[in-house]
Design a protein around this ligand. Sequence first.
Ligand code: 5GP
Length: 195
Amino acid sequence: MTGRVAVLAGPSGVGKGTVVARLRDEVPELWVSVSVTTRSPRPGEVDGLNYWFISDSEFDDLVARDGLLEWAVVHRTARYGTPLQPVLDAVADGRTCLLELDLAGARQVRKVLPEAQFIFLAPPSWEVLEARLRGRGTEDEAAVGRRLETARTEMAAVTEFDHVVVNGELGATVADLVSLLRLGSGLSRPTPSVT
Ligand code: 5GP
């Protein structure tokens, strides 16, 4: 039996990380890829769970020996990539594999695995995304402007995807993804009781 690969992408600030963490907790049969990155861990992040945190030379080495399914420089700062072998192993095991990627990564996967399922996570509105990107107002206006500019380009890519899921209420988003991915045990919506 062979499994399937699904790619979840969407603009920065839309909440991909939160959605994937919830899916991972609620749907044990889903296999979620752990990316490698050259950025430093944030407080609370665990090596091998959130990412594999590796050095620039380790990343170069992986690229040189074709160890990555795709990779990209994100936010012009760090490199991120999907280790290839674990994806091949999970597919061979018949698992449904989820890759959470930026737009550049999703486009690369589209080239090598056109049969994968491409899902775009969209904000409920531009205003909601803008508010999330502005965050707590700690960044200067120029930095916020750059983030909004990037988000506008990312939003325009929605037409490249097979499905769009609007990330409004978290439980409903997770339930929509469980159904799109045809997974059995989505627990995020209560089953109606029969009386
Ligand atoms: P963060 O540093 O906030 O965890 O992630 C920054 C961005 O990198 C997010 O948009 C996330 O989707 C993207 N990203 C995470 N892992 C990968 C990967 O393996 N490949 C690519 N292309 N992007 C990734």
